[in-house]
Every structure is written in structure tokens, then in C-alpha cells.
Design a protein around this ligand. Structure first.
Ligand code: FES
Length: 196
């Protein structure tokens, strides 16, 4: 009986030492897996959207990629409606999960932004990665024949002719397969967003 108690004690002590040893061995590994503060900072970009004038587009760098921030006017927001039949995915159903968290209502699926007036989305064409140009003026006149006659304003990718509207929704009959991606972002102050 005495031997058994001693054996139990030795076993418990050995197991405990093993667990501590294992934890000690794993801890540096776990620390290495956690991103350093400077890495985390580099993976996010803070931007004050109030620096973008109504109707203006600014391009922000995030993780080495360009991101469009467009301040849409009331007219631009109105022009998002009425051309669903020209779009491949007008209600933005083919969106990654990260966007779907806040993209819940029909209006959010059309405006594709947390605050309708500020559009924040990837500036990388979903066809082969060129950066589309900003062509906000409705109608074909101003842009020759690079956009359709009933152009509502949007983005035109000169590489292979893809067109997106002012919510980054892709038009039918162009090579780009998807709407421009809405990047992950949130408001950390009334006019400041954190991308990433
Ligand atoms: S890369 Fe934009 S249309 Fe091909």
C-alpha cells in the first residue's frame, strides 16, 4: 500500500514535470505564431474619410494594394438604382464572409458600404488585376465608346474593357468575373476607418 502511494506520487510528479516541460517548450513556439505589434500595424491602414471631397476618389495603400475611397454625392447614390439588368451580381450575393457580416439589407448590398456616401473597396480589377480608371460621369458622350451608351458612371478597366458601376458592381458582357471586392474595414471614429 505504501509502495502504491509512493508510485502514485512519483507518477503524478513526473506527469506534472512533463506538462510543465511541454508548456515551456511550446510557449516560445506559440509566441512566434502571434504577430508582432509592428506586423499588426502594417496589416491595417487608418484613413480619415472626411479628407475626400464629395464626388472625389482617393486611393489608399493597404498591404501594398490600392484601395479606392469614393465620397459619393446624393446624385451618385441615386444613380446606383435602375440598371440592375446590366449587372452580373446586382445584389452582391457572391461576397466573401467578411463582407457579409455587415452587408445585410438590400440597400447595403446595393451601396456596398457601411456609410452609403463612403465607398471603400479594392482597386484591383477582378479579371487580371489591373487598376480601373474612375469614370463617374453618366452617359457615353464624355468617354467615347469605352463605356456603354447608358453608362451610369463608375470604373472602367482599360486592360480588357471591364466596367463597374459606382458601387464596384461588374457589368454583364465584360471579362471581369466579380464585383470589385469590398475590403474588410470598420469605423473607429465618426470619420476614421480602419482597413484590415
Ligand atoms: S484586368 Fe481589368 S479587364 Fe482585364
Amino acid at each position: 500500500m505504501k509502495d502504491k502511494t509512493r508510485r502514485d506520487f512519483l507518477y503524478t510528479a513526473a506527469s506534472g514535470a512533463g506538462a510543465v516541460g511541454t508548456l515551456a517548450a511550446v510557449e516560445p513556439f506559440m509566441r512566434a505564431l502571434q504577430p508582432a505589434a509592428d506586423t499588426l500595424a502594417a496589416s491595417t491602414t487608418e484613413f480619415n474619410v472626411s479628407t475626400v471631397a464629395p464626388g472625389e476618389l482617393k486611393t489608399v495603400a493597404w498591404r501594398g494594394q490600392p484601395v479606392f475611397v469614393l465620397h459619393r454625392t446624393p446624385e451618385m447614390l441615386k444613380d446606383l438604382h435602375g440598371h440592375d439588368d446590366l449587372l452580373r451580381d446586382p445584389m452582391s450575393h457572391a461576397v466573401p464572409e467578411v463582407q457579409a457580416e455587415w452587408m445585410k439589407t438590400d440597400e447595403q448590398r446595393v451601396t456596398r458600404s457601411i456609410k452609403p456616401e463612403y465607398l471603400v473597396l479594392s482597386a484591383v480589377c477582378t479579371h487580371l488585376g489591373c487598376i480601373p480608371g474612375f469614370e463617374p460621369t453618366p452617359g457615353q458622350e464624355a468617354w467615347g465608346n469605352i463605356v456603354p451608351p447608358d453608362w451610369p458612371g463608375g470604373f472602367h478597366c482599360a486592360c480588357h474593357g471591364s466596367n463597374y458601376d459606382l458601387s464596384g458592381r461588374v457589368f454583364n458582357h465584360v471579362p471581369a468575373p466579380h464585383n470589385l471586392h469590398v475590403v474588410p474595414y470598420k469605423y473607429i471614429h465618426d470619420t476614421t476607418i480602419l482597413i484590415g
